[in-house]
Write a protein that binds this ligand. Structure first.
Ligand SMILES: Cc1cc2nc3c(=O)[nH]c(=O)nc-3n(C[C@H](O)[C@H](O)[C@H](O)COP(=O)(O)OP(=O)(O)OC[C@H]3O[C@@H](n4cnc5c(N)ncnc54)[C@H](O)[C@@H]3O)c2cc1C
Length: 288
């Protein structure tokens, strides 16, 4: 059951953060509410105050500045899925946000909320990792910026302080000639495994590869060591390296046995999906 809550509706980031600082553990940021209200109803968390950030104009903005996409903290999945600029510059993000849940959740659920919730079972997170995304964080006493790879600290845990807001994501498109792919396995509502790959090749050799995986371990991650090993390999050799790297996935991603599968199943499937996504990324030949 949902207990009575007092809702604040600030109109700027400073005010929202100051309110969070004042209320301390009693308050939480409220965006689309798709996760937060569920957890409140289930009694998994308890707050007496919510700070609704949807009245803050700058958080709702989606803008292309000629080099990067700026995605405000309350931009919804649906907005991203339907944006012509996102389709043009970040087609893999458009694809991944279109896979999230259903239209009802995508209409109110925000990309910022998805990242701040820190659920490892995320479709957009690995895609944003291959795009090299920076996170702009706001607070009443100033702000800071960090790479998305350091934003995730653990399951349902991020680098945000309780009085900080995710203000904006700054996402760079892939360089020309680099293709991309996102593949997922999903048997429940959320993905059980997601892989995003961006790759370029020249004269039959891989020249630039980015690999990211979500759901397998506590946080979505880039696999930088494997990325380096794939440089200069043929596509077939690259796929073999990815298939055979199961021990590496176990050590780096730190999977556990759970309802989504055993550790052996998860590491096996990671290799299979990364190999397929690599072929697909190279096949798109920079059109993604
Ligand atoms: C039925 C269902 C199916 C789903 N299926 C999928 C799926 O297939 N794939 C997938 O990737 N995801 C899935 N999701 C997750 C979905 O992406 C998230 O529910 C949604 O994006 C969260 O956004 P929100 O705005 O509703 O967050 P809220 O519920 O409002 O907030 C979530 C958390 O983030 C914090 N927060 C929100 N915004 C900010 C901010 N700007 N700054 C600081 N803190 C903030 C809140 O305090 C809260 O702790 C599913 C969710 C549901 C309910």
């Amino acid at each position: 059951m949902l207990r009575p809550l007092r809702v604040y509706q600030p109109t700027n980031v400073t005010e929202a953060s100051a309110e969070l600082a004042r209320l301390g553990d009693d308050a939480k940021v409220y965006a689309g509410g798709t996760e937060l209200i569920l957890w409140l109803r289930l009694g998994l968390v308890q707050y007496t105050h919510l700070v609704d950030i949807k009245r803050i104009p700058e958080l709702g903005e989606l803008a292309w500045d000629g080099e990067r996409m700026h995605i405000g903290g309350t931009v919804t999945h649906r907005h991203l899925e339907r944006s012509a600029e996102v389709a043009e510059h970040l087609p893999l993000l458009q694809h991944a946000t279109g896979l999230v849940a259903n239209v009802r959740v995508r209409n109110v659920g925000t990309l910022g909320g998805s990242l701040c919730f820190g659920d490892p079972h995320s479709d957009p997170a690995p895609v944003l990792l291959v795009y090299d995304t920076r996170v702009k964080i706001g607070k009443h006493s100033g702000g800071r910026t960090m790479g998305l790879e350091t934003f995730f600290m653990g399951p349902y845990e991020t680098a945000l302080e309780p009085d900080e807001l995710l203000v904006e994501l700054e996402v760079a498109p892939l360089p020309p000639g680099m293709g991309s792919a996102y593949l997922r396995a999903a048997r429940f509502e959320r993905p059980s495994l997601g892989v995003a790959v961006a790759a370029a090749q020249h004269d039959g050799r891989l020249t630039d590869v980015r690999l990211a995986v979500s759901c397998v371990g506590p946080v979505p991650m880039r696999l930088q060591e494997l990325e380096s090993r794939l440089q200069g390999a043929t596509l077939a050799d690259g796929q073999q390296i990815l298939r055979e790297a199961q021990r590496h996935y176990g050590e780096v991603l730190k999977p556990v046995d759970d309802l989504h599968g055993s550790v052996a199943y998860k590491t096996y499937l990671t290799g299979v999906l990364l190999g397929r996504a690599l072929a697909q990324a190279v096949g798109t030949n920079g059109s993604n």
